[in-house]
Design a protein around this ligand. Structure first.
Ligand SMILES: C[S@@+](CC[C@H](N)C(=O)[O-])C[C@H]1O[C@@H](n2cnc3c(N)ncnc32)[C@H](O)[C@@H]1O
Length: 271
């Protein structure tokens, strides 16, 4: 192991053994980039110095925890995913009297509210319970509020239209100062909660699991482990939705799903 890699390895092991934060199977290239950026922000010279500080300073460890995960998200991110969801998945969902949907790694909630809007427009929302989880409590606090900067609304409006939105996007929020507050009805059937995909197990059986732009940060071992969790948490013929750069191919569960919309990474559990 190169000296730089060894320092990163010891830092990640230290975080796990001292605090139980488990980044041991995250993809190392991305972890290294995040650590370098954290060193700059904290004005710490080396990874070895950071490790020494983290082990004795819980506040620093918590900041590092936030720094190690990427929380970027948007409403109707990758709008073609939502078009495919409307066309390929919604007709299947209509056949169920009640639906449980899990958004794993939901960050600040925009993905969850986008799904709530889509389901409302398709007349399915009242039949759904949406579980929206993330390992990071800070992002969940924002998600629960459903308050976002007004300046993002122009982009979100464009994405909503590209995603096949059926109404006027501004119907879904009220503007207040520099923010918008999403309509409380969009939260009515959503439960937000902390869940760590590395360390926590299954907590229900779902008709749909959406986990977008999360597995990309995990190595192959951890991707396989989390796919095991998803497979065991989906009902027969349940739907799995991944991010654009993610795939079920090359994982242990490749043959357990059929493609529903290949390019959009929408899969259906075989049985
Ligand atoms: C890039 S965001 C993706 C947000 C949203 N799914 C999207 O596609 O727009 C990745 C999210 O995964 C969460 N995450 C990272 N590791 C996790 C883990 N082990 N368990 C649960 N969530 C995790 C991060 O906290 C972050 O909010």
């Amino acid at each position: 192991m190169k000296p730089d890699d060894l320092d990163v390895h010891l830092l990640i092991e230290g975080l796990y053994h001292r605090y139980g934060y488990d980044f041991r199977n995250y993809a190392s290239a991305s972890l290294k980039r995040r650590i370098q950026s954290f060193l700059k922000t904290e004005e710490i010279a080396t990874v070895a110095e950071l490790r020494a500080q983290v082990l004795t300073d819980r506040a620093c460890a918590e900041r590092l925890l936030l720094g190690l995960t990427v929380n970027t998200t948007a409403m109707f991110r990758d709008p073609s995913f939502y078009v495919a969801f409307r066309q390929q998945v919604v007709p299947l969902l209509r056949t169920y009297p009640f639906l449980r949907i899990w958004h794993a790694g939901c960050s600040t909630g925009q993905e969850v509210y986008s799904m709530a809007i889509l389901l409302q427009e398709e007349g399915l929302y009242h039949r759904c319970r949406i579980y929206a989880t993330d390992a990071n409590d800070r992002v969940l606090q924002i998600a629960r509020q459903g308050i976002y900067p007004s300046k993002q609304m122009q982009d979100y409006t464009q994405l909503y239209l590209k995603a096949g939105g059926l109404r006027t996007f501004s119907e879904y929020y009220t503007a207040k100062y520099n923010n918008v507050i999403l309509r409380p009805a969009l939260r009515e059937r959503v439960v937000f909660g902390e869940h760590n995909l590395v360390t926590d197990g299954s907590f229900n059986e779902f008709n749909v699991i959406i986990c977008r732009n999360v597995l990309i940060y995990f190595n192959q071992t951890l991707q396989n482990q989390v796919h095991g969790l998803f497979y065991n948490s989906l009902c027969k013929f349940g739907i799995l939705g991944l991010g654009k750069q993610e795939t079920i191919r090359f994982t242990k569960y490749e043959t357990a799903y059929d493609d529903l919309a290949k390019a959009e990474k929408l899969y259906r559990r075989r049985n």
